[in-house]
Design a protein around this ligand. Structure first.
Ligand SMILES: Cc1ncc(COP(=O)(O)O)c(C=O)c1O
Length: 428
């Protein structure tokens, strides 16, 4: 039976011991499990990992110290975690067609930090997408190490199309002679033209770093172009469409392998998190299956349907649609700002982010709403459900009252972790 109001999941066996020992914390886990199961996770950077990934994350590999790399550790007892890390690196290189993979980066930001450490010196100039256009904090924010330690120059997006203006990128590269060019974004809904970035990088003698944190899962599933043949270093996260544990991944050619590895350990990190690396191996194994290929294509089909349906509801859709899991919309045609809309959506159980909105003609503020279809697609939702989500989305922004219950009813039909909720969500 499903009920409206504060909810928590029926306690699965996995939580029983924790519940006995630490009921306070167990309630948090049960409550969060229920929150995820009874609302719609439309945050573009989130997904639901498999139970197998969660098993690796919650395994005794979490206890193991393993500074260094397989076969060359600073700690004893690493024979088995070495196998786990080799599985992860072998699977990653095969999946993405890279010579070398480093799977130790603790996060996407750590991966970018290591890429800069491998290629740059403090003070070097870097050309990256400006933050107001969708660049990540690690692409030159003054609040981040990147903006403090390097001289960032930002490129924008074409005001009419919302697309990367490669002539502007080339002009800025020629004017500033950057040591590296970064391509990648937190909100760009279209495929990047890696060949065009490579051409500009070669023109000015710069390294090309692809920060593919968002599209890398689509790349794994053959639903987005692969930056590996073009970029000197590809940085990524493993927890978005790729559906692995929270963490980072770095891919590069054999020529940079040693520099990249040393940039991760010992330059920017200490001991590797072996439980996370094992979980990355599980995720890479899953991502190599035909089922994941079908998933990645469904993610895009769902995002396209969602974008089209939201346009039909009156939202201004950035770039007119999407090639990826990401949809960026401006709610101002409905008479609300993105912040107000996000609050109304959250109250209705539609969980998502606001995001910089470049050049929206009708924007009353420079922010939009960023949605992603990775999590709802993992739950098994398809185009029909996306049309329903768009209708609920518009109703929530208009503050219609029935929406929270309808969102809950839709969500519980597609349980992300049936074994953890027993298919049953109750009020607390
Ligand atoms: C383009 C890009 N780079 C880097 C990151 C940083 O990843 P993390 O949050 O794991 O540090 C993100 C995260 O969303 C991202 O979108």
């Amino acid at each position: 039976m499903t009920t409206v109001g504060p909810a928590r999941a029926a306690a699965p066996a996995a939580y029983a011991a924790l519940r006995r020992q630490d009921p306070e914390l167990a309630e948090v886990l049960l409550g969060e499990t229920a929150r995820q199961a009874t609302s719609l996770q439309l945050i573009a950077a989130e997904n639901f990992t498999s139970e197998a990934v969660l098993t690796a994350l919650g395994s005794p590999l979490a206890n193991k110290y393993a500074e260094g790399y397989p076969g060359a550790r600073h700690h004893g007892g690493c024979e088995l975690v070495d196998v786990a890390e080799r599985l992860a690196t072998d699977r990653a290189t095969a999946l993405f067609g890279a010579d070398h993979a480093n799977v130790q980066a603790h996060s996407g930001s750590s991966a970018v930090l290591a890429a800069y450490a491998a290629l740059l010196r403090p003070g070097d100039t870097v050309l990256a997408m400006g933050l107001p256009y969708g660049g990540h904090l690690t692409h030159g924010s003054p609040a981040n190490f990147s903006g403090r330690w390097f001289t960032f120059v930002g490129y924008g997006l074409d005001p009419a199309s919302g697309l990367v203006d490669h002539e502007q990128v080339r002009a800025l590269a020629r004017a500033h002679r950057p040591k590296a060019i970064v391509c990648g974004s937190i909100a760009y809904p279209r495929h990047l033209d890696y060949a065009a970035f490579r051409e500009v990088a070669d023109d000015v003698g710069a390294y090309l770093i692809a920060d593919a944190a968002h599209p890398i899962g689509l790349v794994a599933g053959g639903a987005a172009p692969n930056p590996v043949p073009y970029a000197d270093i590809v940085c990524a996260t493993t927890h978005k469409v790729l559906r692995g544990p929270r963490g980072g991944l770095i891919l590069c050619g054999a020529d940079l392998a040693e520099r990249v590895d040393r940039a991760v350990f010992p330059f920017t990190q200490g001991g590797a998190q072996m439980h996370t690396i094992a979980a990355k191996a599980v995720a890479f194994g899953e991502a190599a299956t035909p089922a994941f290929t079908a998933y990645a294509h469904q993610v895009v089909a769902n995002a396209r349907t969602l974008a089209q349906a939201l346009a039909g509801e009156g939202f201004a859709v950035s770039t007119g649609g999407t090639d990826t899991h990401l949809v960026l919309v401006d709610p101002s045609p409905l008479g609300v700002t993105a912040r107000t809309a996000r609050g109304r959506l959250a109250a209705a159980g539609l969980v998502l982010d606001t995001c910089a909105l470049p050049h929206a003609a009708t924007a009353t503020e420079a922010r939009g709403l960023r949605l992603g279809t990775a999590a709802v697609t993992t739950q098994g939702m398809r185009e029909g459900e996306m049309a329903r989500v768009a209708a609920l989305f518009a109703a929530a922004v208009r503050e219609e009252r029935h929406v929270r219950e309808e969102v809950r009813d839709l969500a519980v039909r597609f349980p992300p972790y049936p074994a953890r909720t027993g298919g049953e969500i109750t009020s607390s």
